[in-house]
Design a protein. Structure first.
Length: 140
């Protein structure tokens, strides 16, 4: 019965080993080992980016990144052949704020990160273009 649970009157009794762990910053909210990917709009992404513990990950090309990026972002091009290898050096328990130009590559990057065991992924749905359109700060 690995990872199973019996629910009785609202209480949960675990039988055998389980893969649930507490979410970062909490002691009582179990989180499945299955990574969570959440797509958000610009305002929520901007608010989450204010927390310096969260990691901004720009998965566009270096040329796109150098032309302008969200302040504090780190560039890691999802199309490079060593993308997965570079991900292996990152802490899988951190919260990653992932974006590209319009949301397609970041969705693909989040899926790959999820398969590699990253548990907390926030994808900027409208991408960097949406960030710019909203008048948010960029740096070069």
């Amino acid at each position: 019965m690995n990872g199973s649970a019996i629910v009785w009157l609202g209480a949960v009794f675990l039988i055998g080993p389980t893969s649930a762990q507490a979410a970062p910053g909490t002691n009582d909210q179990p989180v499945s080992q299955t990574p969570a990917i959440r797509r958000v709009q610009v305002e929520e992404f901007a608010k989450l980016s204010e927390d310096k513990q969260n990691i901004l990950l720009d998965v566009r090309t270096i040329k796109e990144f150098n032309a302008g990026h969200i302040p504090g972002a780190t560039n890691l091009d999802v199309n490079l052949p060593d993308f997965d290898q570079k991900l292996s050096a990152l802490d899988k328990n951190k919260l990653y704020l992932v974006h590209c130009a319009a949301g397609v590559r970041s969705a693909r990057a989040c899926e790959r990160m999820s398969r590699l065991g990253f548990r907390h992924l926030i994808d900027l749905a409208p991408g960097f273009k949406g960030w710019e359109k909203a008048g948010k700060k960029i740096e070069k």
